[in-house]
Write a protein that binds this ligand. Structure first.
Ligand code: PEP
Length: 260
């Protein structure tokens, strides 16, 4: 069945020790019992995955890895495979986060290899896309989004709508405190749907889950989640604080009921 609850995903980046992550996950597991209208997904660093598994063993809160290698195993020092993430209890992986693209120079060809590797292994994927500030200022946002989707999803015969989520994350909004306006985010999400329909003509594109990411906080969550086509959030900084994170989830649950 199609799960259309808003996805409230937490990207902890390189923050939180395994012990800190464990405590957060234990607290969240309790709070999540009253927040069944949203879908929580935590993305801790790889070292914390087993602690999260232990903390969430009886919980509906899901979790995943922040990155993975496309090979199933091999001489790739410092890397993690899909089967290793699965063995730690992960159901999800983030692919193509802007920090991976721009700091670690991952290319669209790298991401294009990772997505089928993750899906074939049994992981669900959040694929991040988004334009740089200079690209937006040059009026090339749509072109950038099209190029990323086209190149990252190249070779895929169909789009597995239940297992592949897109996160639109304008790079200029990530970790900057500058959030996209509801109009900017709404327009980008609508563009992404049009592009996906072009790439996959048979795709029921209204069912694709598209998250917004970039300086989401409890103070701006309501105005964003109200926008049709925004199906949840990928949250960095504000997800490190359990009160902020849960507040964003509460707001999303309430506003989504109004929206539907
Ligand atoms: C992110 O890391 O994906 C992100 C959106 O970060 P922040 O919420 O801190 O902008």
């Amino acid at each position: 069945m199609n799960d259309n609850r808003p996805i409230i995903a937490a990207n902890w980046k390189m923050y939180k020790t395994p012990q800190e992550g464990h405590q957060f996950a234990q607290e969240l597991a309790i709070k999540a019992l009253n927040l069944t209208g949203v879908r929580f997904i935590l993305f801790p660093s790889a070292t914390g995955l087993f602690h999260i598994l232990e903390a969430l063993k009886d919980s509906s809160v899901e979790f995943g890895g922040q990155n993975m290698h496309s090979a199933s195993e091999g001489a790739f020092t410092g890397e993690t495979s899909a089967s290793m993430l699965l063995a730690c209890g992960c159901r999800w992986v983030i692919i193509g986060h802007s920090e991976r693209r721009h700091i670690f120079h991952e290319t669209d060809a790298d991401l294009c290899a990772k997505i089928p590797a993750a899906l074939d292994a049994g992981l669900n994927v959040i694929l991040c896309i988004g334009e740089l500030l200079e690209e937006r200022q040059a009026g090339s946002t749509e072109e950038v989004l099209r190029q990323q989707l086209q190149d990252d999803l190249a070779g895929m015969e169909s789009f597995p709508v239940e297992r592949l989520v897109i996160a639109y994350e304008p790079v200029w909004a990530i970790g900057t405190g500058v959030v996209a306006t509801p109009e900017q985010a709404g327009e980008a999400h609508a563009r992404v749907r049009v592009i996906l329909q072009e790439l996959f003509p048979d795709l029921p594109v209204e069912r694709v889950r598209i998250l917004y990411g970039g300086s989401v906080k409890s103070a701006n969550a309501a105005q964003l989640i109200k926008i049709p086509g925004i199906d949840g959030f990928l949250i960095g900084g504000a997800s490190l604080d359990i009160d902020q994170y849960v507040k964003i989830a509460e707001i999303s649950q309430i506003e989504t009921k109004v929206k539907l």
